[in-house]
Design a protein around this ligand. Structure first.
Ligand SMILES: Cc1cc2nc3c(=O)[nH]c(=O)nc-3n(C[C@H](O)[C@H](O)[C@H](O)COP(=O)(O)OP(=O)(O)OC[C@H]3O[C@@H](n4cnc5c(N)ncnc54)[C@H](O)[C@@H]3O)c2cc1C
Length: 411
């Protein structure tokens, strides 16, 4: 049987793969998106109960992609962020007005995000092959040969560019012989939706405790999305508490800025590690999203960083497509990797340092942290720097990152 030819194959249709497919869908290219799970979104990994804080920068990218209107309708704005350290004075506050943006970020359920992006893909030229699993890849000079296993058998697709978006445990990365390092934080995130006595008024809270950070992010119907990080050897006892005892324990750890916690929904847990691929590119291969870097959720940077990967990769691909050049050439991939280097390193370091700094129980470090939060709160340049990283504005040169469509409209 003759192999089918595609310009681009995207491996994995989680939040990152689906978003990349949406970003590229306007280009005159043959694109296939291959996803292992069946189409029912709730069964897709990544489309679980978690809520995602999209940065202001991500809202701009999604605007350029053309899905922002629908995402925004389902999202809750974050007007301010309050960062504090349990047991120490000192706090810092960021707000949208100071930063001269409509909102610092937006909170959306991962499932809803998936539904919006997949609906957009339905009307596009992207061929979605699902459920289907890539079980082998073979690289030649001119193509990647991708073996796809689905209910109808095994087919081979030849593609100029393969983009691995197949998650933290990326099979494509392993099949391509690319190594990855993993640092286990020995922490687990418990996530749930909670209600509080005092309305959140679109405020987000990040509170660092001896056990790990607690994030409360504002959702619709005055609910908050909770991400409660606990040490691995301690989380199970908290996860297993009945609702009343869980709400009391949460109140003790978080404090009473939002009054008492009154209700908690279904809880899930995620073990936390930092996984980094040793390379972001190889021959006719780009690796993005969790497959390239799986981060601690403390600063809500994972999908936001991946959307910036998408914006820069899409820019390079659009340029090559416009000039009828090879979309998988080593020149294109090297240029992409160069552009991504700084932002990737900075975001990983920012997230990792936050986890390490705020997990440290040393008395002096605790005081230094408190002083640091106070200083950041008082000094506008520091606060602006922190806000720019949180808002995903640290790197902003591509058209999508500026909220513009990938292709210039011809008058
Ligand atoms: C508790 C928690 C809170 C978070 N909060 C935030 C936040 O507020 N803001 C933020 O920006 N980020 C946040 N993140 C990070 C964010 O969830 C991830 O960055 C994002 O989900 C990564 O998506 P992905 O598509 O790369 O990977 P995945 O979601 O793992 O998707 C990979 C997909 O590839 C498919 N696949 C795997 N192997 C194959 C194969 N061989 N063939 C075909 N398909 C395959 C899988 O079925 C899956 O659908 C959070 C993470 C956690 C754990």
């Amino acid at each position: 049987m003759q192999a089918e030819s595609m310009d681009i194959v995207i491996a994995g249709g989680g939040m990152v793969g689906a978003s990349l497919a949406a970003a590229l869908s306007g280009l005159h290219l043959n694109i296939a998106l291959i996803e292992a799970s069946p189409a029912e979104l709730t069964q897709l990994s990544g489309y679980d109960d978690r809520a995602i804080a999209l940065s202001y920068g991500s809202s701009q990218i999604l605007k350029g992609v053309g899905v922002w209107k629908d995402v925004a309708e389902a999202a809750n704005p974050i007007d301010s962020i309050h960062v504090s350290d349990r047991g120490h004075f000192g706090a810092t506050r960021l707000n949208a007005q100071q930063q001269k943006v409509p909102a610092l970020g937006y909170l959306i359920q991962a499932q809803t995000y998936g539904q919006v992006v997949n609906r957009y893909l339905e009307g596009s030229n992207v061929r979605v092959i699902q459920p289907a699993k890539i079980d082998a890849v073979e690289t030649s000079d001119a193509t990647q040969n991708v073996s796809v296993m689905s209910e109808s058998g095994i087919e081979t697709i030849q593609t100029k560019l393969l983009v691995a978006c197949d998650g933290g445990n990326s099979a494509i990365r392993k099949m391509s012989g690319i190594s990855a390092t993993t640092h286990d934080y020995e922490q687990v995130a418990i996530i749930a939706n909670v209600s509080t006595e005092v309305p959140h008024e679109n405020r987000a809270f990040e509170r660092f405790t001896e056990q790990g950070p607690i994030a409360l992010l504002p959702m619709s119907d005055n609910r908050c999305s909770l991400v409660w990080t606990l040490e691995t050897n301690n989380y199970q006892s908290v996860l297993n508490l009945d609702d009343d005892a869980f709400l009391t324990a949460l109140g003790e750890a978080f404090g009473f800025r939002l009054g008492r916690f009154t209700r908690v929904g279904r809880r899930s847990s995620f073990p936390l590690a930092l996984t980094q691929s040793s390379k972001l590119i190889s021959d006719r291969l780009a690796i993005i999203g969790n497959a390239a870097h799986t981060l601690h959720p403390v600063a809500g940077q994972g999908l936001n960083l991946a959307l910036r990967d998408i914006a820069d990769l899409a820019e390079q691909i659009a340029h090559a497509a416009k000039h009828q050049e090879d979309v998988g050439s080593s020149e294109l991939l090297n240029a992409y990797a160069r552009v991504r280097q700084k932002d990737t390193a900075r975001t990983i370091q920012y997230t990792d340092s936050l986890v390490k700094l705020f997990s440290n129980q040393n008395f002096l470090i605790g005081h230094a942290r408190a002083a640091g939060l106070t200083i950041v709160d008082r000094l506008t340049p520091f606060r602006t720097l922190l806000a720019r990283q949180s808002m995903g504005l640290a790197s902003q040169s591509s058209r999508l990152a500026r909220g513009l469509p990938l292709l210039k409209e011809t008058p």
